[in-house]
Design a protein around this ligand. Structure first.
Ligand SMILES: Cc1ncc(COP(=O)(O)O)c(C=O)c1O
Length: 409
């Protein structure tokens, strides 16, 4: 092992379920020199970032900030800040990430109720209402796009149900934001968290979060400013202290707010990345970005079908940006994935839990939601399937993808 080998990652094309190849402008933004955390230029960037993510989330929520860490840092910050020990939390599970929300809620001390539907399907409003009436939860935690199954959970009706029954509504939209519609205010969400490494087109390591006034109010009731920076003007909240210091959204909001109360040291290079991702997507226009994801995703799906492959799950609820492909019985799925990587520099994904070894997951996200990356992936896969003895009409996948993509124009 040469410890001083020069860093030289191969030029991979990341076509898995995320992380994905980052927009070059985002990498350039991260290469900028640091500035101090209270430099007015830096606090100006922080304010801009808040405003940019209000647009990304489609919200007027003042409380729109970055949590430093990967997407699960955002999830954990929301859940540990909203949940008090003993609170009932309802978590519908339609893939791996529902299990994650349940596990983090449990660790935050919640009395968690889950209900699981078959992977490859989504939850209906009727199922949700039945469970809400039965369990009377304080919080509903619902994934929007679960990359483990590629399904996109409809959220339109859930917010109304939550309001009707006095339930706080949180969604993890890490995998789906800007690749599919998302409407924080219109869908009456109280909390949303995401990550950069999917359709937003950045690296993992920053988790944008937005909170409704009601959610902020709940967090304020648990206010606790740590010793050493606490002054006489800081009143502790009436309710229990948030169990994590790092993920205490009350303190994080005070750091991002007018008081600029010191908490963590902001991960400046990640803030540069998050800010650039938001700018890029908003400059392209959210509707255009979603449309580009849909066209690339549809073209990929058409090409995969032309290879004689079956697609996984209820396709009427598939995310635009990732597809599950049933691994045909005549190939070794892992060997094909390895060959895609080593021979073509293209990464596609494997799967988890009950789907492990059964499906590949191929993503068309962010910078890679393009026709050329779709065609490269299809041509490479076709070559490997033919080599494995598949009876495939050569060139048909290319043709189908190009035709499908052009229809979108
Ligand atoms: C829906 C969803 N939530 C959460 C995560 C976890 O993200 P991270 O690995 O950045 O913590 C992922 C990652 O794939 C995801 O797809």
């Amino acid at each position: 092992m040469d410890l001083f080998e020069r860093l030289s990652p191969p030029p991979r094309i990341l076509m898995g379920p995320g992380p994905i190849t980052v927009y070059p402008r985002v990498l350039q933004a991260m290469g900028n020199q640091l500035i101090g955390q209270y430099d007015p230029v830096m606090t100006g960037y922080m304010n801009q970032t808040m405003a940019l993510y209000r647009e990304i989330f489609k919200t007027n929520n003042d409380a729109t900030v970055l949590v430093d860490g990967t997407a699960r840092a955002g999830i954990e910050a929301v859940l540990v800040s909203l949940i008090e020990p003993g609170d009932k939390v309802l978590v519908p599970v339609f893939g791996r990430f529902g299990h994650l929300l349940a596990e983090i809620s449990e660790r935050a001390g919640a009395d968690v109720v889950t209900f699981e539907v078959e992977w490859g399907t989504v939850v209906t409003d009727a199922m949700l209402e039945k469970q809400i009436i039965r369990h009377k939860p304080k919080l509903l935690a619902l994934v929007q796009g679960d990359t483990s199954t590629t399904m996109l959970q409809p959220l339109e009706g859930a917010g109304e149900l939550c309001k009707k029954h006095g339930v706080l509504f949180y969604s993890d939209a890490t995998a789906s934001i800007v690749g599919n519609s998302f409407e924080t205010d219109k869908w009456q969400l109280d909390a949303v968290s995401v990550g950069l490494q999917k359709c937003l087109g950045g690296p993992s390591g920053s988790a944008p979060v937005t909170l409704s006034e009601q959610a902020v109010e709940r967090i304020r009731q648990r206010k606790h400013v740590e010793a050493g920076i606490r002054t006489d003007s800081h009143q502790a909240g009436q309710r229990s202290r948030i169990r994590s210091n790092y993920f205490d959204l009350g303190m994080i909001l005070d750091y991002w707010g007018e008081e600029r109360l010191n908490h963590h040291t902001e991960a400046t290079s990640m803030l540069f990345a998050a800010r650039e991702c938001a700018q890029l997507n908003l400059q392209e226009g959210l509707d255009n970005v979603i449309d580009r994801h849909k066209r690339a995703g549809d073209a990929l799906a058409a090409g995969l079908r032309a290879l004689g492959l079956s697609l996984f799950g209820d396709l009427s609820h598939k995310m635009n940006n990732v597809v599950g492909v049933v691994i045909p019985s005549y190939v070794d799925g892992e060997a094909v994935r390895q060959a895609m990587l080593t021979q073509f520099n293209i990464e596609i994904g494997t799967s988890f839990g009950p789907l492990h070894g059964k499906i590949w997951r191929i993503g068309t996200m962010g910078y890679n939601a393009r026709l050329d990356t779709v065609l490269l992936t299809l041509v490479a896969l076709e070559a490997l399937l033919v080599q494995s003895g598949g009876s495939i009409k050569q060139g048909a996948a290319y043709q189908a993808a190009v035709e499908r993509y052009d229809v979108g124009e």
